[in-house]
Design a protein around this ligand. Structure first.
Ligand code: PLP
Length: 477
């Protein structure tokens, strides 16, 4: 029985598992109840949102369907109408609370509506919002200094953008201008953005629109779970050598990769891969770009930047998403020498690094430090990973548990030998977990990997609740 394994996380008896919670009972997102089963209980949180008076979920959905691009999709059969967020929790229109196990990467690095970040944004908005170029403003100067201090070596010069896509487009442009070479190598199953250049570098068939990009080569993915060489990074790295030798003139512009593929299903590159590839690329005259849009800002716990765990030093690093805790902001950092290539022509970005966004960025860095969030990511993430790994012993459907810190993945398969992706099952479990108050992400090439990337303020009690809910949902599959 589930409560014998995890007694502390469960409350009393339950009834009506899938019943919609009423506003009065819902702020605790109490276990929904069905029979005599004892269900996991969400950790307490001292906040009750004011009653919601806006349009219903049905009205919102109907407007979305009518006016928004059909490309805008949503999770869940009955999508949640989220109207408030506080730290690691979300509240729907009925006042029901959810544990946010996904939003930490996409938006809120340090927690929903973190008061220090909100204050920084509001104060700066009250004083001045403007373009970055043409005039001076202290916000950008303070942030850029603090951000550069997070890097070692010669990585000192920053250019701000509004998104991760823009940051990667700029990184690729700089590498091509600097090396005078158009050829770029990226890894299959990676994701780098949705503009022409980054779409070309994104070698995920499900995310590609076949935008023609000459000179982009997709290398074998050093996938430790499904890859043919297992965890032998050096063997995968040979593919990059072969691309350089047989697919280019021998001269390469850039290599771009994530340290842990996020959209690709929390896939940590096999050990030894990046140092070998960086070596090959540099011998071919190319630059190495680390895409830290997901794995940066202490997310992986052991290090502030994901690439550090691989023992490499990139020439260019890109970041976005959590950098501004939900504010549109991206950045590219490189060496003074490489950065110079942009000064030969006029290159500007109207809002990249504007005062409001950079004020938010500085507040985020300060919160990560003052609240010791990188360490929290390490401690809570290690605990969570260990508990998820125990769950793997219990359920054959869990094929793999992977990742670092608070960037974890759980891959579901129908058969452990064949690794057949459990695509329908994951959707079902996701729905069940939502009903029990946990919002979790999903991704991977086959869409069968749970992505667990909560705000960095996630607690051990939150981690236990998440695992208990997953345990319960899997036991009912
Ligand atoms: C690793 C990585 N790079 C780049 C991007 C693109 O960022 P944005 O959506 O802000 O353009 C993403 C988005 O998911 C990402 O995961």
């Amino acid at each position: 029985m589930i409560q014998r394994i995890l007694p502390r996380a469960f409350s009393g008896k339950a009834s009506s598992f899938l019943r919609t919670a009423t506003a009065s009972q819902s702020t605790l997102a109490q276990p929904l109840q069905k029979d005599d089963t004892i269900l996991p209980k969400m950790p307490p949180f001292d906040y009750t949102p004011p009653p919601y008076t806006g349009p219903s979920a049905e009205e919102i959905l109907s407007k979305r369907q009518r006016y928004l691009s059909p490309a805008v999709f949503h999770f869940y059969k009955n999508p949640i109408n989220l109207v408030e967020g506080k730290m690691q929790y979300l509240f729907d229109d009925k006042g029901r609370r959810y544990l946010d196990a996904f939003g930490g990467i996409a938006t809120v690095c340090v927690g929903h509506c973190h008061p220090q970040v909100v204050d920084a944004i509001v104060n700066q908005t009250n004083r001045l919002q403007h373009s970055t170029i043409l005039y001076l403003n202290p916000a950008i100067a303070d942030f850029v200094e603090a951000l550069a201090s997070k890097f070692s070596g010669d990585l000192k010069v920053v250019y701000f953008t509004n998104s991760g896509t823009e940051a990667n487009e700029l990184a690729l442009l700089m590498a091509r201008l600097y090396t005078g070479c158009h050829d770029v190598i990226s890894i299959r199953n990676g994701y780098h953005g949705n503009a022409a250049g980054t779409m070309g570098a994104t070698a995920q068939s499900s995310y590609k629109f076949n935008v023609v990009q000459s000179g982009v080569h997709h290398a074998q993915n050093p996938d430790q779970y499904r890859g043919i060489f297992g965890s032998d990074g050096l063997k995968y790295a040979r593919d990059v050598e072969e691309i350089v030798t047989y697919g280019t003139s021998g001269h390469v512009g850039a290599f771009i990769s994530e340290a842990i593929q996020g959209v690709g299903g929390i896939m940590e590159l096999a050990p030894g891969y990046l140092p070998a590839v960086y070596d090959t690329i540099r011998k071919a005259g190319g630059l190495c770009i680390a895409d830290e849009v997901q794995s940066g800002f202490g997310r992986t716990g052991s290090h502030f930047w994901g690439f550090e765990a691989h023992g490499v030093m990139p020439d260019i690093v890109t970041m976005a998403k959590g950098i501004g805790n939900g504010i549109p902001l991206g950045a590219v950092i490189t060496t003074p020498e490489i950065a110079k290539v942009l000064s030969y022509r006029s290159y500007f970005n109207t809002f990249g690094g504007n005062p409001v966004c950079t004020a938010a960025g500085l507040a985020v860095l300060r919160v990560i430090e003052s609240e010791n969030l990188q360490k929290n990511s390490f401690v809570v993430g290690s605990h969570l990973k260990q508990r998820l790994t125990s769950l793997k012993e219990k359920f054959d459907i869990i094929g793999d548990v992977r990742g670092r810190g608070l960037m974890l993945g759980v891959e579901l398969v129908k058969d452990r030998q064949l690794k057949t992706p459990a695509k329908m099952e994951i959707l079902h479990i996701m729905e069940q977990m939502k009903e029990m108050g946990v919002v979790i992400g999903k991704g991977g090439f086959f869409g069968n990997v749970f992505r667990i990337t909560p705000p960095l303020c996630f607690t051990k009690a939150d981690a236990d609740f998440l695992v208990d809910v997953m345990d319960y949902s899997l036991s009912k599959l």
